[in-house]
Unconditional design. Structure first.
Lengths: 222, 93
């Protein structure tokens, strides 16, 4: 089982993500954004949180045009798994691998706190470890977490059961309280809250470990 | 280079082209709203709406205006604007 964690200038959750994957049993390789290939036999690619390229132009915009992103797209087209967390979610939206956009929080403020999330679907390799209808507490730390998409996309997300996590109460203005969404093939997850910061007892929160353990179970079967 | 106007400037060897990027109509602009409130606080009355966008100024080696416009439009589609939420206009000299 192998995970690759992409690293951009300004990534700051890359080591947390590495640790979360490793705790779940993955071998992890860190991959610099200027590389053009992923390591062989990678099961999942993690796009970490942070402030890649200083959030210049738009959050995630420059990172989404990095050399490594070509390899990420190929990995996803071939049915590989990927997870983008916080800035990583912004990057996945900017690449077009997930639909919609993340805008400035409705209340303008940067939000940094632990929030309760509804696990909106358990039908994915990321969320099948959670009980149906359960909640999970992950930290959020973002300024641009206000998820918006066209009516058409929102309808598709709902009807195709692709909303993975919802905020229990509206914190940033996101449409339908969306905190995380899945790709059409359900193998790409993007979310603003940080499961990797809630995946070790040392950090006080462990709900995120369920997600990484579920991924490890899938990778072990592959 | 001499700048002769606040808009776009053309000289012998290069062309200054601007891309004006705005949130699409109907997309909520929380930053614009905050600016509107602040203007109200300062006593500016009757500001009914504020939208915040960005201007990107490019110095291009291209001297053919039509080609430059097409090129900057491609840049907007590829990177400068997120067309999910933003619209853009290319301003030529």
């Amino acid at each position: 089982m192998k995970a690759a964690v992409l690293v951009f200038p300004g990534s700051n959750c890359d080591r947390d993500l590495e640790r979360a994957f490793r705790n779940a049993g993955f071998k992890v390789e860190m991959v610099w954004h200027k590389d053009t290939e992923l390591p062989a036999d990678v099961d999942i690619v993690g796009v970490p949180g942070g402030f890649s390229f200083g959030d210049y132009l738009r959050s995630g915009a420059i990172a989404a045009r990095s050399p490594i992103v070509g390899a990420l797209k190929t990995h996803v087209e071939n049915g590989g798994h990927a997870i983008g967390i916080c800035n990583g979610f912004q990057v996945l939206l900017e690449t077009g691998l997930l639909p919609g956009a993340l805008m400035r929080n409705a209340g303008i403020r940067f939000i940094c706190k632990s929030v309760e999330l509804e696990v909106a679907t358990t039908s994915s390799d990321f969320t099948n470890g959670y009980a149906h209808g359960s909640t999970a507490t992950f930290p959020v730390a973002h300024h641009d977490g206000n998820y918006q998409a066209t009516e058409e996309i929102r309808t598709a997300l709902l009807s195709e059961d692709r909303i993975a996590f919802r905020y229990r109460s509206d914190i940033n203005g996101s449409a339908d309280r969306i905190a995380g969404i899945l790709s059409k093939n359900r193998r790409v997850l993007g979310l603003m809250p940080h499961p990797e910061r809630a995946a070790d007892p040392v950090l006080g929160l462990t709900d995120g470990a369920v997600l990484f353990n579920a991924l490890a179970a899938v990778a072990a079967d592959a | 280079m001499t700048v002769t106007s606040s808009e776009c400037v053309e000289n012998g060897n290069s062309m200054k082209v601007r891309a004006a990027i705005m949130l699409k109509t109907g997309v909520l602009d929380p930053q614009g709203e905050a600016i509107r409130h602040a203007l109200g606080t300062l006593g500016f009355e009757g500001v009914e709406g504020v939208r915040q966008g960005k201007i990107i100024e490019l110095d291009l080696a291209e001297t053919d205006a039509k080609k430059a416009e097409a090129e900057v439009q491609r840049m907007c589609e590829a990177l400068l604007a997120n067309t999910v939420i933003e619209s853009y206009e290319v301003e030529l000299p």
